[in-house]
Design a protein around this ligand. Structure first.
Ligand code: SF4
Length: 404
């Protein structure tokens, strides 16, 4: 990702679905004007979902996700279809590609039902309009909305521009503007960000949530001062005035809370992001479940990506250790990462999720909803750590005092 690119999690995710040979890949290439997908006449060329961030006019920054064919066969094929369906959990707009000459099949109807059940805005592209269908009109499923359907040809370019416009029309309205920290401060305020630079910090850069928070503070007219935990005390002493807010990395919570005087509001990046993604209440409730754990309880620790460099051993090593120490109980831990998130959560007493900085809002909400539907408490790393350090109440207090 280039330095000034929109983070993937904040882009509109467009999932392209359809049977093998419906022409999904050619549609992607025609719409994007890029050779993103592998186009082949051989059925089932896309075996795993492939995604790419790009600018797509008239939409702006998007992520296009090409999915495996919905009619894939064999044991592996079934797994691929499952992966295609999993993509729905992060899809903001679904494009269902149907071979017009073959018509709408059972596989197409099945995914359309899922798309509608999940209330995902969609477009149906009847591809290969150049093929002669002897005047036979392609039959739509009764539930398909005709105003979302369009006939296209990637061979002749017919209606490709119109398809893009139809996709753009499905963009959910922006709703109220959300902030990370901007609504907690006033123009001219100082905000101190505590960012430990240890072995788990990526080399040569700040991680995405830290960059986004700094940007948000600057947009609000505030001044962001970033320090390591080792320089915090000295920085506070030399500032000459109280900062409006201190935001810390969760791992340094305990140390930072001991340094920052009680009359200075203190919170963490993960708590700010839980609020930003609309999950704060759920994760605070989940964190309090840590006090109710019993011997033999199973805990799922789930990470949103598989590149662990940013979170290193927090999930698999440090967190289980802290939880065992906090509870004094014999607990069982299971771990998942990346796109894998179990459908059946019934065996778990608690789920602890990472900050999910690479997941978009729809996917994070889906995971939370899965847990809520099955009445399994869910929290995140930072909120759990704040609770175990006895400073959860302190770290959510600044969020209740929004600036006016
Ligand atoms: S998605 Fe989760 S595990 Fe991956 S870098 Fe972000 S917070 Fe860490």
């Amino acid at each position: 990702m280039s330095l000034n690119a929109v983070p993937s999690a904040d882009r509109i995710h467009i999932g392209i679905f359809g049977k093998r040979n419906a022409g999904k890949s050619s549609i992607i290439n025609a719409v994007t004007g890029q050779s993103l997908a592998i186009v082949s006449d051989i059925k089932g060329t896309t075996t795993d979902p492939v995604q790419k961030a790009m600018e797509l006019l008239p939409l702006g920054p998007v992520v296009i996700i090409d999915t495996p064919g919905l009619d894939d066969e064999g044991e592996l094929g079934t797994l691929r279809i499952r992966k295609a369906y999993q993509v729905l959990n992060k899809t903001d707009i679904a494009v269902l590609v149907i071979d017009r000459s073959a018509g709408m099949t059972a596989e197409d109807k099945r995914i359309l039902e899922k798309i509608q059940e999940k209330k995902i805005p969609y477009v149906i592209a009847f591809n290969k309009s150049d093929l002669n269908t002897n005047g036979q009109e392609c039959k739509l499923s009764e539930s398909a909305d005709p105003s979302r359907c369009i006939s296209v040809s990637t061979l002749t370019g017919e209606n490709i521009r119109e398809l893009k416009e139809l996709i753009a029309k499905q963009v959910p309205s922006a709703g109220t503007e959300k902030h990370i920290a901007a609504d907690l401060i006033h123009p001219g305020d100082f905000v101190v960000l505590v960012i430990p630079i240890d072995s788990s910090a990526p080399r040569g850069r700040l991680i995405l949530p830290q960059q986004q928070t700094i940007r948000d503070i600057l947009e609000a007219g505030g001044a962001a001062i970033a320090v390591r935990d080792t320089e915090l005390q000295d920085t506070l002493a030399r500032l000459g005035m109280k900062p409006a807010l201190v935001i810390t990395d969760s791992q340094a919570f305990k140390k930072v809370s001991a340094i920052v005087p009680q009359d200075i509001p203190l919170t963490s990046f993960s708590i700010l992001f839980a609020r930003y993604k609309g999950n704060l209440e759920t994760v605070v409730h989940g964190a309090r479940t840590l006090d109710l754990l019993q011997d033999g309880d199973k805990i799922l620790i789930s990470e949103g990506c598989t590149h662990h460099r940013q979170c290193e051993d927090i999930g698999t090593v440090k967190l289980p250790g802290w939880i065992r120490k906090h509870t004094g109980k014999e607990l069982l831990f299971e771990f998942t990462s990346g796109t894998e998130f179990p459908d059946d959560l019934g065996q778990y007493r608690l789920i602890i999720h990472c900050g999910g900085c690479t997941l978009n809002e729809r996917e994070m909400k889906y995971r939370l909803q899965c847990a809520c539907d099955q009445t399994i408490p869910i929290t995140n790393y930072g909120t759990a750590i704040a609770h175990m350090n006895g400073i959860l109440n302190r770290s959510i207090a600044p969020l209740n005092k929004r600036s006016s």
